[in-house]
Ligand binder design. Structure first.
Ligand SMILES: [Fe+2]
Length: 303
């Protein structure tokens, strides 16, 4: 009898702790822009599917409508069947709930991915779109603007394109994402200095607020660099355990012990974030206020 009571207490305790592990830290307001981010997903591993399942568990509480893919969307062979086993199956629940995925191209991705409908790239290796809380896509007229770049080849035509896009991007959030991180404390590759050299001056000039990347199979929120916030999210389906250098001059918060994804909510000039592990634990959370908007408001108040 005592054993049975102890066992049922254990069940209750486990249920409580798994609920606690899945706490939502975001405001979850009506009408805000809700999305998720991950990178380096397409391994077809069990862990990739477990991350997908955890995302769906969170989506039921926090109805995000789209996911940014920071590249390496597929490893190894990339035949029609691989798009099923390395993408459609692991995210089946999200896809059937109507969640849209917007991919950037990584170093393992074959160029034909740009034509895969469910990656929403419109046949382009770099592309832009907006989200306004109701809809998301290249034709949405207002709201935060997202720019997906192909950081494998930062050629002149792409640099001209991103400069033009950023210049015309308006005064809402500007969020760039691509595969190679401009700042990283991971041992495997570290910061992508060639890409930093050509992109960072544009990001500063056109007041990009936040930049997402993958490539390093860890989570890292980088201390703001020249006013820009950088996240590395590269363990959606692959993991390089223990790969973060500690201490590092760049790391604000790092996590290299399990797979993860990140949830975001944009509410006016605030961007709330919560990074979640495969098992549902919160590994990082907080709020970023848009620097440019805050400065403009201050200026307006002074006048
Ligand atoms: Fe990569």
């Amino acid at each position: 009898m005592r054993a049975r009571a102890a066992a049922s207490l254990l069940v209750v305790l486990c249920a409580v702790s798994s609920l606690a592990a899945q706490d939502l830290k975001l405001p979850n307001k009506e009408g805000t822009v809700k999305f998720a981010l991950f990178g380096d997903t397409g391994s077809g591993s069990r862990a990739q599917s477990e991350v997908g399942a955890q995302m769906e568990a969170f989506r039921k509480k926090f109805p995000f409508t789209f996911v940014l893919m920071a590249g390496d969307n597929m490893y190894g062979s990339q035949r029609a069947q691989d798009f099923v086993t390395k993408f459609e199956k692991p995210y089946e629940a999200l896809l059937s709930a109507g969640v849209k995925f917007f991919a950037a191209i990584g170093n393992h991705d074959e160029s034909l991915q740009v034509n895969y409908k469910l990656f929403n790239m419109g046949g382009q290796r770099y592309h832009a779109f907006r989200a306004d809380g109701k809809e998301v896509g290249p034709d949405v007229g207002k709201g935060p603007r997202f720019y997906a770049l192909d950081s494998n080849y930062m050629d002149k035509s792409q640099l001209d394109w991103i400069e033009k896009q950023l210049a015309a991007g308006g005064d809402d959030w500007k969020i760039c994402y691509f595969h190679h991180p401009l700042y990283s404390s991971a041992r495997k590759h570290g910061s992508a200095l060639d890409q930093r050299k050509v992109l960072e001056p544009l990001f500063i000039q056109y007041k990009v607020d936040v930049v997402f990347a993958g490539h390093e199979h860890v989570y890292e929120r980088v201390k703001p660099q020249q006013g820009i916030h950088y996240f590395v999210s590269g363990s959606g389906g692959t993991l390089r355990k223990g790969d973060l250098r500690r201490p590092s001059q760049y790391t604000q918060v790092g996590f290299d012990q399990d797979y993860h994804f990140v949830l975001f909510e944009i509410d006016g000039d605030e961007l709330h974030f919560q990074a979640v592990s495969r098992t549902g634990s919160t590994i990082d959370s907080g709020t970023i206020k848009r620097g440019a908007a805050a400065a403009a408001k201050e200026e307006a108040v002074k006048k």
